[in-house]
Design a protein around this ligand. Structure first.
Ligand code: SF4
Length: 361
């Protein structure tokens, strides 16, 4: 098979489908009862996240929200709670918005075209292609990290796939390679091949159905593709997270704004000036606070910057009778009971710090 054959006689897709029948993954939870809703949730969870991590989250999510209508009527806090730990929380907020839209604009039935799917929040062309091909049998290519890896190696495509020119080339190639039939299996095999054979660091080319015509393999240059994004140093930011405990042993949490990092999740109130911790904290929350205990700082890295977090533990000084304490803006804050934790969306470092506070008190 040559690269030209790959387009003209379906040999590329036929080899892959044959391999899929023998070796493809067919028992993942989202491969059973392949409805658009189930495929969609799995595709969003699998973005930036490994299959083994996703499986337990997917199962719990599906138990709680078995249909798009269940997701649409849930509160955002509950959706974020079921997403807690998966990261990239805008994915969960967009899922929630899209579910509402599917219910209000399409009576709870997913639209049957890539363009209409792409009009839903959080669904890009690749996710739309996966939903359309896997759950509806529509001929539509996908372009996730696995597909980029296989195609850039097979055709030895230079340049970072995030660059518009390279991305356009890849979509054009993917469009041509997608077969007319068995489109769902073809989508699945592209993902499977990338995840299990054409792996990032050690591709097992001897087990690959494309071995005899893959250019990168012939040149012994598998590791050179896909090319990386040109490096830039990540900026560093810092914050002080204030862990305020009241007389009941509950901890003060603050709801973050809907957009930005950890958008809509609950976190600790944050302050910035290490010289003015008590003053800033009192200013922000309205609470009278005792002295604080500074804990060891640690780093949390986002895709676009490093955040150095200094936790500070403190206690409410003069709680008023029967009211625990007075907080300036009670809608933005809540008291988190460690013994009866409410179902709230919490960022991963906040979850860890709460556990540490529990061990300390
Ligand atoms: S031959 Fe190797 S590098 Fe080429 S597609 Fe197969 S696994 Fe990837």
């Amino acid at each position: 098979m040559t690269q030209k054959d790959a387009y003209t006689d379906n040999s590329f897709s036929q080899r892959l489908l044959k391999w899929f029948d023998a070796h493809g993954r067919k028992h993942l939870p989202w491969q059973q009862n392949k409805t658009p809703y189930r495929v969609w949730i799995s595709e969003i969870m699998l973005q930036q996240t490994q299959v083994t991590t996703v499986i337990p989250y997917y199962q719990k999510f599906m138990e709680r929200f078995p249909e798009v209508t269940d997701l649409a009527v849930a509160s955002e806090d509950e959706v974020l709670h079921f997403w807690s730990g998966l990261g990239y929380y805008s994915r969960a907020r967009n899922l929630h918005k899209a579910a509402k839209k599917v219910v209000s604009e399409f009576s709870g039935t997913f639209p049957r075209s890539v363009e209409q799917l792409m009009a839903l929040p959080g669904i890009g062309r690749s996710t739309a292609g996966a939903i359309a091909s896997i759950s509806m049998g529509i001929r539509a290519p996908i372009m996730d990290g696995n597909v980029k890896r296989v195609l850039t190696r097979y055709f030895a495509i230079h340049g970072w796939p995030g660059q518009t020119r390279v991305a356009n080339d890849l979509w054009e190639i993917a469009e041509k390679l997608t077969p007319e039939s068995r489109t769902g299996d073809y989508t699945q095999v592209m993902m499977d091949l990338g995840a299990t054979v054409c792996k990032r660091s050690k591709p097992t080319c001897q087990a690959c159905p494309l071995e005899d015509s893959c250019i990168a393999h012939k040149l012994g240059q598998e590791r050179l593709f896909p090319e990386s994004k040109p490096k830039k140093d990540k900026p560093e930011k810092s914050t002080i997270m204030l862990m305020v405990v009241n007389q009941n042993g509950e901890i003060l949490l603050e709801k973050r704004p809907p957009s930005g990092i950890w958008g809509g999740l609950w976190s600790f109130p944050e302050i910035s000036d290490p010289e003015q911790i008590t003053e800033e904290a009192q200013d922000k929350t309205g609470l009278m606070l005792r002295d604080y205990d500074i804990w060891q700082p640690f780093r949390h890295t986002f895709s676009h910057y490093h955040l150095d977090i200094t936790p500070a533990l403190t206690f409410v000084e003069y709680p008023e009778e029967n009211t625990n304490c007075v907080i300036k803006d009670s809608d933005a804050y809540c008291w988190f009971a460690l013994t009866r934790p409410p179902e709230l969306g919490l960022a991963a470092p906040v979850k860890k710090l709460l556990q540490k506070v529990e061990r300390t008190l």
